[in-house]
Write a protein that binds this ligand. Structure first.
Ligand SMILES: [Zn+2]
Length: 414
């Protein structure tokens, strides 16, 4: 397969972005860098959503197509030894946003220079704070798409784990919806020697966590994707003191709205049921709620054909679906019924994709310094590999929040 070489200007931009990563909401240099790169074009550029940019390139009558890239990096310490490795201790572009941003900036510059090859309106959406989920909504609140109207198609691309040189597209469900909650179980503290005088929240919270594990295995059709994970649990300060409170978090993922709703109602049933059984109070607060990605099959096929014309077989394969959450296309929740696309770019070292070694972390939290990391690797993926996807429509039914009920619920028992 012969993948065309990226123009030097895009590679230079990529290396510059990679060397100067910025955390979510603080992408000031990145914003200025992209703005400077687009300034020579005919695009109308404006700051949007704080540290993001909206760049509109008009070229006569035709469809409005939005392309989206994200700007922020992760709080990881880079130890790749690359000549263009991060110059910022504890911050690294480990999720490929530098690739996304360089590619979109380069594409807009190319399309500006070759305006005879296309017609319509191109909207470059340079989204800040993808990692926190805040940037997309901030852009919408700041008038994204107001100048152009809702785009007819929205395209995104992502770098993730796969062998070098693959461009992957998948129609239909691609990235799952994700919701998470914080559960606070409150009883009455006491001394470990006198449990009968306390209302122990810990025992009940443990029962909740244990019972939650049965939801997916006992209540969800095995052929439908669902995940329910409890990843944090905090209670108590000393071995001889019964705490007054136990707090844990629940993360649920699913593609289909009715499955997602089942997970939510089952979680509430178990939490409040166990609270009643244990005679303690329980409070459920929603932490996050992000929609799934549905890649419109028709747009997906069109994009795949276009990619195949340039990249040949490299563009033909569909990636596996992912239970990774999706913050990227959140802007589209306010543009229901519009086709959208996510292009997966995969590019890194040659060789088959493999599972990242589990016991040893390929990188470490910023406070550690001895991690090793392949260049441009997708977080959690095979070292040194990267990919990106073509995705499209979020069905309008799903956009009507299936869980438009109260964001908190409580059980009271005294
Ligand atoms: Zn990311």
């Amino acid at each position: 397969m012969n993948v065309p070489e990226a123009p030097a200007e895009i590679l230079d931009l990529y290396r510059d972005l990679h060397a100067h990563p910025e955390l979510s909401g603080r992408e000031h240099r990145t914003q200025a860098t992209v703005r400077a790169a687009l300034e020579p074009t005919a695009a109308r550029i404006r700051d949007c959503g704080g540290t993001g940019l909206e760049a509109v390139l008009r070229n006569g009558e035709g469809p409005t197509v939005a392309f989206r890239a994200d700007l922020d990096a992760l709080p990881l310490h880079e130890n790749t030894g690359l000549p263009y490795a991060s110059t910022v201790p504890g911050v690294m572009h480990a999720c490929g946003h530098d690739v996304h941003t360089a590619a979109l900036t380069g594409a807009m510059r190319w399309l500006d220079r070759h305006r005879d090859t296309w017609r319509g309106t191109l909207v470059g959406v340079f989204q800040p704070a993808e990692e926190t989920g805040a940037g997309a909504l901030a852009m919408l609140d700041d008038g994204l798409f107001e100048a152009t109207g809702k785009p007819d198609v929205m395209l995104g691309q992502h770098v993730t784990s796969a062998p070098l040189g693959r461009l992957l597209v998948r129609p239909g469900w691609f990235l799952s919806a994700q919701r998470s909650w914080r559960i606070t179980v409150t009883g009455t503290g006491g001394h470990a020697s006198r449990p009968h005088l306390a209302r122990d929240p810990l025992v009940t919270a443990v029962a909740m966590v244990s019972r939650l594990q049965s939801v997916v295995s006992r209540e969800i059709d095995p052929f439908r994707m669902a995940v329910l994970t409890v990843a944090t649990f905090h209670a108590g300060t000393k071995e001889n003191v019964i705490p007054a409170e136990a707090v844990f978090t629940v993360s649920a993922r699913a593609y289909e709205p009715e499955v997602a709703e089942h997970l939510r109602t089952a979680m509430l049933r178990i939490v409040h049921g166990e609270a009643a059984a244990g005679g303690v109070d329980a409070r459920v607060e929603e932490i996050s709620h992000l929609p799934a990605v549905w890649n419109d099959p028709a747009e997906n096929a069109r994009a795949a054909r276009a990619l195949a014309a340039v990249f040949g077989d490299a563009a033909a394969r569909a990636p596996g679906r992912s239970a990774a959450r999706q913050r990227r296309l959140q802007p589209l929740r306010r543009a229901p019924g519009r086709p959208r696309g996510d292009l997966e770019l995969r590019g890194a070292r040659p060789g088959p994709a493999r599972r990242a070694p589990q016991p040893r972390r390929p990188f470490r939290p910023a406070s550690h310094r001895s991690g090793r990391r392949g260049p441009g690797g997708g977080a959690g993926g095979a070292p040194g590999t990267a990919e990106g996807h073509l995705g499209y429509r979020i069905p309008s039914g799903f956009l009507r929040d299936p869980c438009a009920t109260s964001k908190t619920s409580t059980t009271k028992h005294h």
